[in-house]
Write a protein that binds this ligand. Sequence first.
Ligand SMILES: Cc1cc2nc3c(=O)[nH]c(=O)nc-3n(C[C@H](O)[C@H](O)[C@H](O)COP(=O)(O)OP(=O)(O)OC[C@H]3O[C@@H](n4cnc5c(N)ncnc54)[C@H](O)[C@@H]3O)c2cc1C
Length: 309
Amino acid sequence: MSVLILAEHDGRQLKQATRQAVGAAQAWGAPVDLLLLGSDTATVAADAATVAGVARVLRVDAPHLAHPLAEDVANVIANLARDYKVVLAAHTAFAKSALPRAAALLDVAMVADAVAITAPNTYVRPMYAGNVHATVQNDEPIQLLTVRATAFAAAGSGGAATVTTLAAPAPSELARWVDESRSVSDRPELASARVVISGGRSLGERFEAVLGPLAQQLGGALGATRAAVDAGFAPNDIQVGQTGTVVAPELYIAAGVSGAAQHLAGMKDSKVIVAINLDPDAAIFQVADYGLVADLFEAVPQLTAALKN
Ligand SMILES: Cc1cc2nc3c(=O)[nH]c(=O)nc-3n(C[C@H](O)[C@H](O)[C@H](O)COP(=O)(O)OP(=O)(O)OC[C@H]3O[C@@H](n4cnc5c(N)ncnc54)[C@H](O)[C@@H]3O)c2cc1C
């Protein structure tokens, strides 16, 4: 019984979330294979081969996989899955679009966003914005699931997996990659940053100007509430919460964030939570380790200046 993990990478290195998925896969105590799709993946395959706990890296390399589409990824998974008992991936946008399609092709049910694996077919997963944790059992012959990466320890390095190149199926041609626009930042990636500084809609047009210097000072990533994103004060890809990215950094600073359940669902597992809010009754203070009732437009620049000194 072995486990297949759908890997995510940036063309050079595996994403931290994939290392956490490898950590989750240790629950089965079975050999773990990494499925690596892309074009020109030699460098990332070499990186993947060093991940501790990985037996084989299965490399599927083709020009049409340079920008992998969910339809093509699902085809590759479905072709391989019958040789595995478990197929898993981190619960990212990439896996969330590919794995359900693979499950449909295999005609099996899948489990999404598991935060714990309590038996080879039994998982704990959050519901209702994390207010309820359900334990579910999946009796399908192939276990297909995504895991919440931050709930699992990342696999380290030091492995020596074999790298096997497999032929890619022909493109599905159901969908076609046309273009993409990415926000480029020298800040750490939100999902795996050790420090996250999040702001709410109260920051208005000064979102970046007020929070950016603090993020720079702490080497952290910026996060935002959905209200701040919807109002156009922060980009969509930094939304933290139920319908955004789930984070669990060592330090989470929430400035002008009310603490709605949908926001808490994305950050309440952070190790240390600091909240700055004008309203002493704001819900965010219920999960905060340190709370400051203050105007963020004064407190954040003061904190940034103090850190500089
Ligand atoms: C299906 C669904 C999914 C959702 N998903 C998400 C999600 O993924 N992420 C998310 O964040 N939300 C999500 N929401 C929205 C969520 O319910 C809240 O509306 C949102 O989180 C509120 O954002 P906010 O705290 O910026 O704004 P508000 O609720 O307006 O709060 C602003 C806060 O700023 C404080 N404040 C104002 N001025 C200052 C100042 N000068 N100094 C200090 N504090 C100040 C106020 O006291 C207040 O607490 C979702 C909602 C639904 C229905």
